[in-house]
Design a protein around this ligand. Structure first.
Ligand code: F1P
Length: 352
């Protein structure tokens, strides 16, 4: 369909198939992973990654602790290299979940090494490439092979690795993975229903700045979709917690502003108030609704009200990825090869 950005486009619209592959992996590995978790029995979990996979870690940590009650935190891999003492306590009681699409990002590989050296209890990994370094360094690996991508910007890889992280939390919490089964079908319906809206907004010449708001599990997703808008379309975009937006950033609202609100079920009333205030200030609002609630917004994306809350997060992504794609193409950029970026950041490992 598109010559410019053809890989990115096909990777976005095909992602429900990759989610299905990740769900199959989880179901096949459930017994092994549950036994390995019981064997490790950590008191806490840290999730690490870089760029998109750090943002994935942010969402995964919130989801994991919320579902299991086990303390969890997210760190950029670099923080463990530069400030280990301020980032990790009781490594001997800690399981590290390292997340990397490529499995080759230097900061993440070195962070795993450092964690082992200080007596880390266990290291698991989430990746798309089983034959790359990280998969060989970890005790257990969760794979999203069908989500491998040609594009630099992560889309179906991110979403499929998020499905794996959701499934990991569910397994530890003793939840049935069957709650994931409806995701691919729901993803296809969302893409079909809302691609026209994403295209129309992406091509809107009057829009100049974008704010992605999310709280709890959605904060990491707000940052990730902010990053997609930056990486693909070189647009001014920021991600914030909903309630934080009042504390200064809202000063930037103008008629050229589009705010994407990733609403939650639990904090919905507080979050929708922020969106109403933004509209009163002249900003346009798109609300992503986990439940069918009528809200004063310019555009509403109804996700699904039946699905288990822990299975829901991945549904926020496809429409927002398409928004970034269409804005990039409308501005004459090729999302397959974003300016100044490479698929993997390689550094001198000996420097750390
Ligand atoms: C991490 C990463 C990506 C970013 C860009 C450069 O890669 O920072 O998040 O979008 O592609 O690399 P990985 O460790 O997840 O492979």
């Amino acid at each position: 369909m598109y010559t410019i950005g053809k890989h990115t486009y096909s990777e976005i619209v095909s992602q429900p198939d990759a989610w299905a592959d990740a769900i199959s992996f989880l179901k096949g590995a459930a017994g092994r992973l549950t036994a390995a978790w019981r064997q490790a029995a950590p008191k806490q979990v840290i999730f690490i990654g870089c760029g998109s996979t750090f943002y994935l870690s942010q969402s995964a940590a919130k989801l994991f602790q919320g579902l299991t009650g086990i303390p969890a935190a997210a760190h950029p891999s670099s923080e463990l290299l530069l400030f280990p003492g301020a980032s990790i306590s009781q490594p001997e009681e800690t399981l590290m979940m390292a997340i990397s699409r490529s499995g080759t990002t230097t900061e993440t590989l070195v962070a795993i090494d450092h964690f082992r050296k200080i007596g880390g209890k266990a290291v698991w990994g989430i990746t798309c490439y089983p034959e790359e370094s990280m998969a060989k360094m970890v005790d257990e690996v969760l794979l999203a092979e069908a989500a491998q991508e040609i594009s630099v910007a992560q889309t179906r890889s991110f979403a499929s690795m998020l499905v794996l992280a959701q499934g990991f939390a569910a397994l530890v919490a003793g939840q049935s993975l069957d709650a994931l089964d409806r995701l691919p079908g729901l993803g296809r319906k969302l893409i079909e229903a809302f691609e026209p809206m994403a295209k129309s907004l992406g091509e809107s010449p009057e829009l100049e700045r974008f704010y992605f708001l999310g709280s709890g599990v959605q904060y990491g997703l707000a940052n990730e979709t902010m990053l997609k808008m930056k990486e693909m379309s070189l647009s001014y975009s920021e991600g914030y917690h909903f309630m934080e937006f009042r504390h200064g950033p809202k000063s930037m609202i103008n008629r050229q502003t589009l705010v994407l609100g990733l609403l939650s079920r639990d904090a919905h009333p507080h979050e929708t108030k922020v969106l109403s205030e933004i509209r009163e200030m002249g900003g346009k609002v798109v609300s992503f609704e986990p439940a069918a609630v009528d809200l004063e917004s310019d555009y509403q994306v109804h996700l699904d009200q039946e699905i288990a809350p822990w299975a829901l997060p991945v549904l926020y992504l496809p429409v927002l990825q398409l928004l970034a794609f269409y804005r990039a193409v409308s501005r004459g950029y090729d999302p397959d090869n974003p300016r100044n970026l490479t698929s993997v950041v390689f550094l001198d490992a000996d420097a750390f």
